[in-house]
Design a protein around this ligand. Structure first.
Ligand SMILES: O=C(O)CCC(=O)C(=O)O
Ligand SMILES: [Fe+2]
Length: 275
């Protein structure tokens, strides 16, 4: 069995430590000639060594789509860029211009309120200068369009719609931003308040509804990536590693808007049903 080879053990340990997805690693091992059972066993043993005390098992996670075209809800969505760590995919044409316009008008009618953040200690939602945008939380399937979009995003990531939170729409005006943060909840009591229902936020699908004239990119400082908002496009990213723990590389920020207004729609996906 190839698991005995020290070079592979080192490769597994260093990739797991760097936050690589065990499912991706398994694919690469199979491409290098491993059989699936041996690769799975070697990865399980590596996870046990790198993350002692954890059940040595990779968990199922939403898909960060691979390059190419995905057809969801009868719509052709193009995946134009993919990054391994943090796991990020950029998708074009997730929403049509008409769908973006309908959501913008709907959010305006519903009314936008100053955004809040989760206090790391208490778990309470509190307003904070870290996040100066205004937003509205939508109920699941609040309108026919919202229902259809939730289904589309669930299909794009191959993850149950029952595990999705309601969509959230955020508007940033000049100077407004969302400073570097994690979408996953912190360990400990503050996070437990939130993970009690649905578990960890494992994936984020961020759809741009309106782009500002300048500024307002979504930045991932761990890898130096900045995504430029384009209406109808989405950036999908994984907030946890292959074992379900917060991925430090998933740190991200909504950079300050310099000119114009930016509007995004956020879809957070939980590890389990968010009932
Ligand atoms: O506005 C952005 O670019 C980032 C938004 C974000 O990080 C969030 O809603 O959690
Ligand atoms: Fe975020």
């Amino acid at each position: 069995m190839q698991g005995a080879e020290p070079s592979w053990q080192e490769w597994i340990a260093s990739n797991l430590s760097a936050g690589c997805d065990p499912a991706d690693m398994q694919g690469r091992m199979i491409a290098a000639g491993w059989n699936e059972a041996d690769a799975r066993a070697a990865l399980a043993s590596g996870i046990g060594q790198v993350f002692p005390g954890l059940t040595a098992q990779a968990i199922a996670l939403p898909v960060v789509p691979d390059m190419g075209m995905a057809t969801c809800d009868g719509r052709d969505i193009k995946v134009i860029m993919r990054l391994a760590s943090p796991a990020v995919a950029m998708c074009e044409s997730v929403l049509s211009p008409a769908e973006c316009a309908e959501l913008l008008a709907y959010a305006h009618d519903r009314g936008l309120h100053p955004s809040t953040v989760v206090d790391e200690l208490s778990g309470q939602n509190v307003p904070h200068p870290e996040r100066s945008s205004a937003g509205v939380m939508l109920a699941r399937a609040e309108t026919g369009l919202i229902d259809r979009l939730e289904r589309r995003l669930a299909a794009l990531t191959d993850w149950p719609i029952a595990n999705g939170e309601g969509l959230q729409i955020l508007r940033y005006r000049k100077g407004q931003e969302y400073r570097p943060h994690f979408d996953s909840f912190p360990d400990g009591a503050g996070g437990a308040v939130h993970t009690a229902r649905g578990g960890q936020r494992v994936n984020t699908v961020l759809v741009y509804l309106q782009s500002p004239e300048a500024g307002g990119g979504t930045a991932f400082p761990a890898c130096g990536l900045t995504v430029c908002p384009q209406p109808g496009s989405a950036v999908i990213f994984r907030n946890v590693d292959g074992t379900g723990r917060r991925d430090p590389a998933s740190l991200h920020a909504g950079l300050p808007v310099v000119h114009g207004e930016k509007v995004v729609m956020t879809y957070w996906q939980r590890a389990g049903p968010y009932a």
